[in-house]
Design a protein around this ligand. Sequence first.
Ligand code: DX5
Ligand code: ZN
Length: 225
Amino acid sequence: MAKPSKKIILAPSLLACDFSDIKSQLKQAVDGGAEYLHLDVMDGVFVPNISFGQPLIKSLRKSCDMVFDVHLMITKPERYIDDFIDAGADIITIHSEATENCKSTLDYIKSKGVKSAVSVKPKTPISSIYNLLDCCDMVLIMSVEPGFGGQKFMPEMLEKVVELKKESALRRLDLDIEIDGGIDASNALSCVEAGVNILVAGSSIFGKPDITAATKEILEKATGN
Ligand code: DX5
Ligand code: ZN
């Protein structure tokens, strides 16, 4: 396989963690090579599930050095950007389907020195966000319907990755491409080959008895080792 141009990063999703043992489980993931922490914020409106919000993120920030990758699955995310920045977000992802003010929200995130990203649900065409690429550091492609962990990976979403990668090269953008949903050791390499450089994984890390080994295995497979 040709060497990917960007470093491959694994972002364990807190949603799959045992919430009574967060500190120790995160340490095990870091020991396995995880660098980002993917934080799924759900409001019960944009998606049919409620997860956690700013207070949890703020309190984790005190003891965790990982890059906080906050995935906002909430309606009108522009209402809460300041709160998530104050809580310690390093990257904030909004959904293109969640607001009519994507461009100004992404510009605002960037203006605050935080990385901005836009995400698309499986049924949203990737070309629908091409007008936003100039305001983004990263695009998050959902490979399951957002709302729940533990769902099956949709391989056809890799076509979106390939398309986006081409568009990004054509426009000479230095975009990160993240994929989220159903990622495990069996499909990580296909994601990287399509153009992904950041992999989110929840149940395939925290659902395993040995979190460190599970993290290492996904990273090794993703990098073709
Ligand atoms: C789904 C979330 C995902 C989810 C991933 O709405 O955005 O981040 O937690 O979990 P797994 O890896 O179990 O599909
Ligand atoms: Zn997510």
